[in-house]
Design a protein around this ligand. Structure first.
Ligand SMILES: Nc1ncnc2c1ncn2[C@@H]1O[C@H](COP(=O)(O)OP(=O)(O)OP(=O)(O)O)[C@@H](O)[C@H]1O
Ligand SMILES: [Mg+2]
Length: 361
């Protein structure tokens, strides 16, 4: 299996605007490593450079600066035929430098060459279930988008790739199919470990498939870690707000005598070296806010949304100009208009420099 190393890769594009052109920095000094047989997800908003990075790792485009290595050998020194890359894109499957079996259905092609691949194909079909065998008999043009993607993945696996690269392969599928395809892919990668990179802007998908996630923004990798680490220890406001299905609550405030004071909440200790007057944003996850009924009307419940499947209710509370969300067990009695008091779990407070966004506590 192959170790992928990305070393200080930068890439700019010229884009035409009106009469002239402008230079866009798609990647800026990106470095990362994917261990042999590991799966890394690259997660980030649209336009942050995910596909560009993946294409550079595939050797489809060259970086302006930096290098990509497979097992410590620069991609530039590996002939195309020896790269062994399996790639699955959003709208079409593409396996560079491998015959595609375009006009013949994949299954027919396999039967002609059965002696080369039988055991592996048999296992793949077993893992993906009956579905795939039926699909494999059809011509690609007779397959739906989701079916094409599944066949593309199965086909790539039969060729025993060194590296597997995915660029939002399931983003055109509906939610149910997407979840199924994800489970199937996970099973396949478990059975046939291949060093893989999976690009997505969907955090569910990233967590489902990859133990490690790299969060990208504007051509930079902001942070790499497990979902839990990114969720609990984001290094800046961007990661804190990007990670989390229910957005993190943010409160504005400032420091006085090494304590943070906001509008409704306040009095929490911060690092001693932060000067008085520094503006800090406090981030608190919804599950780290508790709610108790109160007599006074200083805070009140504004909205209650049940999430039956997830077994919680999402409660929005308002006090003055501030508003925050918290989660409660489904059986907790709570209604719109209830007067309440909220408290924060002081173990779970995240402080960020409001000006720079950097985490400071
Ligand atoms: N061939 C190209 N020519 C000019 N600009 C490009 C080219 N490819 C990408 N870009 C620009 O580089 C930036 C990064 O694009 P990229 O496709 O890598 O983003 P992405 O993270 O994959 O986005 P999405 O989630 O929408 O697919 C964008 O500003 C994009 O407009
Ligand atoms: Mg993309």
């Amino acid at each position: 299996m192959t170790i992928i190393t990305v070393e200080h890769v930068s890439k700019q594009f010229e884009q035409s605007v009106g009469e002239g052109t402008q230079t866009v920095t798609a990647l800026h000094d990106v470095s990362l490593k994917v261990g042999s047989g590991d799966v890394l997800a690259i997660l980030g908003p649209s336009g942050c450079g995910k596909s560009t990075l993946l294409r550079i790792i595939a050797g489809l485009i060259a970086p302006d600066k930096g290098d990509v290595l497979y097992d410590n050998v620069s991609l530039r020194q590996i002939p195309l035929k020896d790269r062994g890359i399996g790639m699955v894109f959003q709208d079409h499957a593409l396996m560079p430098h491998w015959e595609s079996g375009k006009s013949v259905g994949f299954f027919l092609w396999l039967r002609q060459r059965e002696h080369e691949v039988p055991e592996r194909v048999h296992r793949i079909a077993q893992i993906t279930g009956v579905g795939i065998e039926q699909l494999l008999e059809r011509k690609p043009s007779h397959l739906s988008g989701g079916e094409q993607q599944r066949v593309a993945i199965a086909r790539a696996l039969t060729r025993d790739p060194r590296v597997f690269l995915f660029d939002e392969p399931f983003s055109n599928l509906d939610a149910k199919l997407r979840a199924e395809a994800r489970v199937e892919l996970k099973r396949l990668l478990h059975e046939f470990p291949v060093t893989s990179i999976y690009v997505t802007h969907d955090q569910h998908e990233a967590t489902a498939l990859a133990p490690r996630i790299a969060v990208m923004r504007e051509g930079h990798i902001e942070q790499v870690g497990t979902y839990r680490h990114l969720y609990e220890n984001p290094i800046n406001l961007f990661v804190a707000t990007f990670i989390g299905v229910i957005p993190i609550n943010l409160f504005q405030g400032s420091v006085r005598d090494s304590r943070w004071h906001g509008e409704y909440f306040g009095g929490y200790s911060v690092r001693k070296d932060i000067p008085d007057g520094t503006r800090l944003t406090l981030g608190v996850r919804p599950e780290s806010i508790s709610l108790t009924p109160a007599e006074t009307q200083d805070a009140s419940v504004e909205e209650v949304t049940p999430y039956f499947a997830e077994r919680f209710q999402l409660v929005t509370v308002r006090a003055g100009r501030e508003r925050w969300a918290l989660t409660l067990p489904p059986e907790t009695p709570v209604a719109v208009g209830d007067a309440c008091r909220c408290a924060l779990d002081t173990q779970a407070l995240l402080f960020f420099d409001t000006r720079t966004g950097t985490r400071v506590g």
